[in-house]
Design a protein around this ligand. Sequence first.
Ligand code: FES
Length: 267
Amino acid sequence: MFCDYVSIHSQEEMAPGIYRMVLEAPEAAAAAAPGQFVNLYVNNPSMLLPRPISICEADPESGLLTLIYAVVGHGTDELAGYTAGTRLRLMGPLGNGFPLERAGQESVREILLVGGGLGIPPMLFLARKLHEMYPEKGIRIFNGFRSKPWIEEEFMPYGEIFNASDDGRSGFMGNVIDAMEYKMIFTDENIKALLYTCGPLPMMRAIQKWQQGYNMETWFSLEERMGCGFGACAGCPAKLRMPDGSVARKGVCKMGPVFPGEDVIFE
Ligand code: FES
C-alpha cells in the first residue's frame, strides 16, 4: 500500500456536483485492482479524516489513476476546488476488490455488472479487466442514474450497456432490476450468471431479493458505507453471515468492501 503526496493531472465537473479527478500516482495505479478504493487527504488542517473514493480506472503505463466522486460535504467540496498541479496525500489502494477469477468458471456464461449512482465508476475498471481476461464471455452493464447518464461511452468497448432511470432520460425507464428483467432471458437453468454490483443500499437490497429466482452468484461492494476508510472510526460495520452460520458485524473497510451477496444482511 502506498501513502504519499501525488499531483492532480486534471479535474473536470462531469455533471452538476460530480467530478472526475485524474491523479499522477504511478505506484497506486500499478497496484490497483477493480473494487478497491483510495483515501484522499485534503490540504486543510481542519479536516483530518480522509475521503475514501473508489477507483474508476488505473493505468500502470501512464501512472494515472482516475477517481469519480460527488460533492457531498466539506471535504469533497474542497477537493472539487483543486486544479491540475495541486498536490495532495493519497493512501491506497485499499480494500479487497472484486474477485475477478469467479468469472472464469466454466459454468458462467453471463457476466452482469450493475452500478447505481456513484457505484457506477468502479464498474468501469471492472468491465475493462473482465473484458481483457475473458474476452469470450459476454458482459452486460446495467447502470442506474437519477436522470441523464453522466458516464456511458467509456463502457462501450467492454460490453452491452443498458442505462436506466426513473424518468427514462438515460434510455430505459425504470430501475436496474426492471432493465435486467427486460433484457435477460434465462431459458436454461444450467447457464449461470455472475453479478457484480455497487450502488445505493436500497438497490443492492432489491438485487439480493430479486436474484433468488435465478441461478446466479452475486458480489456486492458496500463501499459507500465508509467513513475514515482505514479501520479507525468504527463507522462502517456491515452485518454479515459467517461461514459457521453465525452473524457478525465486520468493518467494510477492513474486510471488504466486496462481499458475497449471500453473506450480506441488509437492515
Ligand atoms: Fe472507519 Fe471503516 S470506515 S472503520
